[in-house]
Design a protein. Structure first.
Length: 229
């Protein structure tokens, strides 16, 4: 499958987001709604953006006891959600329960596991009692996620080659930290270009500011997709 572009709609205001999305209709397919918009406007924002013709990646990074995560997923019953994140650190029982619940209430949704946040380095991991290097910990959690029935993972671009190698083609790998060669890095440091991420095995790339802050967001989105093609 061709690597797909997902726009991270990291904006504060819904009307501002809708005005931007209006310019991007027909130019890209997937958008990511994160905690910022979801917390402010509630689940209705999923329906509202989907009604504009976009496919939705809902990035809630659920992490709780199995029953509570399952209940949260039930609260999303029937919503037009393509991709939904949960934390793999919740463990096998939580993920398996999430997968089972999603099959029932969100049959067309692919659950994505978040492994080690890229804000966590070796020292941060040590601080929460994990003595492994981040990449080793990512592999442990990725294997656990797949064994629990998850069909996708969020990962950093640098983790793509290793994960793609041992996970095979069926698992969707979704990666942020992408910058076209000409774009500003903003606060991202370990980045990859869209073309390199596609070559390394990304199923989806998540891009925010290089599109959100462009003078011509539609042109920026089209240029990134041309690079992926
Ligand atoms: O603007 P930018 O392209 O950096 O946005 C990337 C998006 O991906 C943001 O929504 C950010 O929260 C998210 N993300 C990230 N790095 C991670 C996980 C998520 O940049 N490790």
């Amino acid at each position: 499958m061709k690597t797909q572009l997902i726009l991270a709609v990291d904006l504060e205001d819904k009307e501002q987001a809708k005005a931007l999305l209006e310019k991007l209709r027909g130019k890209l397919t997937y958008i990511k709604i994160g905690l910022q918009l979801f917390t402010k406007y509630g689940p209705a924002i999923v329906d509202e953006f989907a009604a504009m013709g976009f496919k939705i990646f809902l990035d809630l990074k659920l992490h709780d006891i199995p029953n509570t995560v399952a209940s949260a997923i039930k609260s999303l019953r029937g919503k037009p959600i393509e991709l939904l994140t949960i934390h793999t650190l919740g463990g096998n029982a939580m993920m398996a329960k999430a997968v089972e619940t999603a099959k029932e209430v969100l049959p067309d949704t692919r659950l994505l596991g978040v492994t080690v946040l890229t804000s966590m380095d070796t020292a941060q991991l040590n601080g929460i009692g994990i003595g492994r290097e981040p990449m080793e910990q990512v592999e442990v959690l990725a294997k656990l996620a797949v064994a629990s029935g998850m069909k996708g993972l969020v990962c950093s671009p640098l983790e793509l080659p290793a994960l793609r190698k041992f996970l095979g083609e069926e698992i969707a790998l979704v990666t942020p930290g992408i910058r076209p060669k000409t774009a500003s890095l903003d606060d991202q440091s370990r980045i990859m270009t869209p073309a390199d991420a596609a070559a390394a095995g990304a199923s989806y790339i998540v891009v925010g500011r290089p599109i959100l802050k462009a003078d011509d967001p539609a042109a920026a989105a089209l240029a990134i997709q041309a690079e992926l093609a």
